[in-house]
Write a protein that binds this ligand. Structure first.
Ligand SMILES: NC(=O)c1ccc[n+]([C@@H]2O[C@H](COP(=O)([O-])OP(=O)(O)OC[C@H]3O[C@@H](n4cnc5c(N)ncnc54)[C@H](O)[C@@H]3O)[C@@H](O)[C@H]2O)c1
Length: 369
C-alpha cells in the first residue's frame, strides 16, 4: 500500500504526518530524513511494548541511533505527576543533550505523558509521536496538546508542544482491542458531524469501524481525512482561542459522564454518546437537526455495539442527573460561568453556543439515561 504524507502548517513549527502500513520498521530512515539526532528515549506502555518496542528499537539502532526506553503501566492512571517526575529523573540520569529525541510509542496516554516530559526536559527536547491506537492516530497525536492529570481534573497540567514528526503505522491497529477501536471511531464520527457532512454520510454507509478496519487502504484514507481536518483547524487556531474548540463536539457531555464514572469509560465511546446528546441539544435549540438523523446515528452505533444510552456503560455506576449537569459547569469550556456547548447548526456545521439553560441539558441527560 502507498505511503502518504500530510503537513501540519504551523510556520517554523510545521511538521509532517506519515501514513502507511509497516512504517515502524522503517522508523530509523524516516525520522533521520526529517531531522538529525543520535540518541533517542522511547516511552511506551506494557501492552504496546510487547508487540512494538523491539521492532522500533531495532529500526533505530540499524541506522546508528543509541536507544534507551522506559515502559509505563498501561492506563489513564499513568498520566500522573509521579510518573512524570520519575521519567524526567531517569532520563536526566542518562545525561541527554538538546538533540536527544523523546519518542512516544503508544496511545493517547503515552503520547500525552511523553509529550509533556519532552516539552519540559531541558526546556524542550525533540518529540516524535508514533501513535498505536485509532484514537491517538485520528486525534491525540496531532495538534500538540500534551498533559498529565491533576487532583482537580484530567489534563489540567500540560502544554502546547508540537512534535517534530508523527509516524502513523496502520499495521499497529491489528492488535488493538475491539473496545479501543470503537473508542477511536467515536472521534472519527465526531469529525464528520462537526465539519464534513459528506464524510459523515460516507461513514454511515461504510457500516462502521470493524468493516473499515478490514481494509487497510480505506482505514488509511479515513485516518488521513480526520488528520487533515484537525490539521486545518489547528493551523488557524493552535492555542484554542476559537475554532479549535469545535473539536470538542460531544466532549462536555462526555467529560461529565467520564468524571461521574471515575474515568472508567473509554474516552471515545463517551464522546460518541456525547455527540448523540449534542445532536439532541441542537434539535431542542431549534437548529437543523432532526430526530430521524439522531435515530440514524443511534442505529449505526447500535449495530457495532457502541453505547447509545448512559445505562449501556454498565449498571455499576450510580448516575445522578443533577451531578452530571453540575459537571458540565465544571468543564473548561464553561469559562464565562454559563453552560457552554458545541452544538450543530446542521450536520457538518458545528458552532459554539453560550448560556445554554441547565434545564435543557438535564432533559438531554434524562432522555439518554
Ligand atoms: N492530546 C490530545 O489532543 C488528546 C486528545 C484526545 C485524547 N487524549 C488523551 O488520550 C488518552 C486516551 O488515549 P487512548 O484512547 O489511545 O488510550 P490509551 O493510551 O490508554 O490506549 C488504550 C489501550 O490500548 C493499548 N494499546 C495501545 N496501542 C495498542 C496496540 N496497537 N495494540 C494493542 N494494545 C494497544 C494501551 O496499552 C491501552 O491499554 C486520554 O488520556 C485522553 O485524555 C489526548
Amino acid at each position: 500500500m502507498k505511503k502518504d504524507i500530510l503537513n501540519v502548517e504551523l510556520g517554523s513549527y510545521s511538521y509532517p504526518i506519515l501514513f502507511g502500513a509497516g512504517l515502524l520498521h522503517q522508523a530509523g530512515e524516516l525520522l533521520l530524513a526529517h531531522f538529525s539526532f543520535k540518541r533517542a528515549v522511547i516511552i511506551t506502555d506494557n501492552n504496546v511494548a510487547k508487540y512494538y518496542l523491539e521492532p522500533l528499537q531495532s529500526a533505530l539502532q540499524n541506522v546508528g541511533i543509541k536507544v534507551d526506553h522506559f515502559v509505563i503501566a498501561a492506563g489513564e492512571g499513568s498520566k500522573s505527576f509521579a510518573n512524570y517526575q520519575d521519567l524526567c529523573e531517569k532520563i536526566l540520569e542518562l545525561q541527554p543533550d538538546r538533540n536527544t529525541a523523546i519518542i512516544a510509542l503508544g496511545g493517547g496516554v503515552v503520547g500525552d505523558l511523553a509529550g509533556f516530559v519532552a516539552s519540559t526536559l531541558l526546556r524542550g527536547l525533540p518529540f516524535v509521536q508514533i501513535p498505536t491506537t485509532l484514537l491517538a492516530q485520528v486525534d491525540s497525536s496531532v495538534g500538540g496538546k500534551v498533559a498529565i492529570n491533576a487532583r482537580a481534573g484530567k489534563n489540567l497540567v500540560g502544554a502546547f508542544y508540537q512534535p517534530k514528526i508523527v509516524l502513523m503505522d496502520l499495521s499497529t491497529l491489528a492488535t488493538l482491542a475491539h473496545a479501543e477501536l470503537l473508542s477511536g471511531y467515536g472521534e472519527v464520527v465526531k469529525y464528520g458531524l462537526l465539519g464534513d457532512a459528506d464524510f459523515y454520510q460516507r461513514l454511515l454507509e461504510l457500516g462502521g469501524v470493524f468493516e473499515i478496519a478490514k481494509n487497510t487502504e480505506l482505514t488509511q484514507q479515513i485516518i488521513k481525512h480526520c488528520c487533515t481536518m484537525k490539521a486545518e483547524i489547528v493551523a488557524v487556531d493552535e492555542w484554542e482561542q476559537g475554532r479549535r474548540a469545535l473539536l470538542n463536539l460531544g466532549h462536555t457531555f462526555a467529560h461529565a459522564m467520564e468524571k461521574m464514572a471515575d474515568y472508567k469509560l473509554l474516552h471515545g465511546q463517551a464522546v460518541a454518546l456525547g455527540c448523540l446528546m449534542a445532536m439532541r441539544l441542537s434539535e431542542l435549540l431549534g437548529y437543523d437537526i432532526s430526530q430521524a438523523q439522531i435515530t440514524a446515528l443511534q442505529n449505526h452505533f447500535k449495530a457495532i455495539n457502541m453505547p447509545i444510552k448512559i445505562g449501556d456503560f454498565g449498571a455499576s455506576i450510580n448516575w445522578d442527573i443533577e451531578e452530571l449537569v453540575n459537571c458540565c459547569y465544571g468543564d473548561k469550556k464553561a469559562s464565562n460561568g454559563g453552560l457552554n456547548f458545541v452544538v450543530l447548526h446542521a450536520i457538518g456545521d458545528a458552532a459554539l453556543q453560550n448560556g445554554v439553560a441547565p434545564e435543557l441539558v438535564k432533559q438531554v441527560f434524562n432522555e439518554f439515561l
